[in-house]
Design a protein around this ligand. Structure first.
Ligand code: BJW
Ligand code: ZN
Length: 238
């Protein structure tokens, strides 16, 4: 399943970086974004995950996030998440960069986690910026309003919005300075996250993809492992 080259690279690696996408949580029962099962009520993520969509139809967007919040509360991390905790224990210099907003890496026990696209359990007011991080409020059926009158939105990154600056800088820095870079369960179509494997490669890292199918990133990867992350990753840390 793994090449000699990869095992050798890992043996001598000082720094390992992992980028994850929705695919790592698929085996927990969290739907991915793209592909048939990824669609919620026939909407594409590009039609729901924007500020314009929220302003046009806050109820619809809020309903989508509530559906996902509830779903996430009811699921558990899977063997893929736990294997990444073990991988972190093996390398003093380990960074887990995730595009996921579902908290499952932290719930599994990962410590050095960079959340590039925010966190679905946190919220803030679009008018005054006041934070509302109580999940119970988030689970209200109607879009809650701030004391200032502004609508409250999930603290996630929508299309056309900047990624949190500090998270992005750390991610770029760790990708530029690692020996082995894993891209796991991401289609690699959403930027700038999808540029991290390329940044790692340009800076000399050994790049490895783990996915159930080839992606837009596969062509430049040093190694492509086709398989479920919940099955492949536990074998890697055995
Ligand atoms: C398994 C598996 C198993 C399944 N095991 N694998 C044209 C060109 C380039 C860029 C742009 C462009 N036009 C616009 C842009 C910029 C835009 C972008 O990239 N768009 C592209 C879609 C074209 N990017 C942005 O807007 C970003 N911001 C930005 O660029 O700021 C600068 C700027 C500022 C102002 C104006 C313009 C630019 C922000 C992007 C934010 C993305 N947000 C979302 C929603 C987050 C909140 C939420 O969760 O609701 O992030 S969209 C959604 O996609 C979510 C994900 O994190 C992200 C990535 O998806 P991911 O994780 O890869 O999931 P899938 O479903 O795509 O793939 C799952 C994979 O798993 C598949 O490959 C499966 O095969 C695999 N799999 N089971 C292993 N068991
Ligand atoms: Zn407010």
């Amino acid at each position: 399943m793994f090449s000699e080259k990869l095992l050798q690279k890992l043996k001598s690696a000082k720094s390992v970086v992992v980028l994850t996408g929705a695919g790592i949580s698929a085996e927990s029962g969290v739907p991915t974004f793209r592909g048939q099962e990824g669609l919620w009520k026939k909407f594409k993520p590009e039609e729901l995950a924007t500020f314009d969509a929220f302003i046009r139809n806050p109820e619809l967007v809020w309903e989508w996030y509530n559906y996902r919040r509830k779903l996430i509360q009811d699921v558990k991390p899977n063997p893929g998440h736990y294997a990444l905790v073990e991988l972190e224990n093996l390398f003093p210099n380990f960074t887990l960069i995730t595009q996921n907003v579902d908290n499952l890496h932290r719930r599994a026990g990962s410590r050095n986690v960079i959340e590039l696209h925010g966190n679905i359990e946190k919220n803030y007011c679009i008018k005054c910026g006041k934070r509302y991080d109580d999940v119970n409020l988030a689970l209200e059926m109607k879009v809650p309003k701030c004391e200032c009158g502004g609508l409250i939105r999930p603290d996630v990154v929508w299309f056309g919005e900047m990624l949190p600056v500090e998270a992005w800088e750390k991610a770029e820095e760790s990708a530029s300075n690692c020996d082995v870079f894993f891209s796991i369960g991401t289609s690699g179509v959403v930027y700038p996250a999808a540029s991290l494997p390329q940044i790692a490669k340009m800076n000399g890292a050994y790049t490895v993809e783990i996915n159930i199918e080839r992606t837009d990133l596969s062509w430049f990867m040093d190694e492509v492992i086709i398989g479920k992350s919940g099955e492949v990753l536990p074998k890697l840390v055995e």
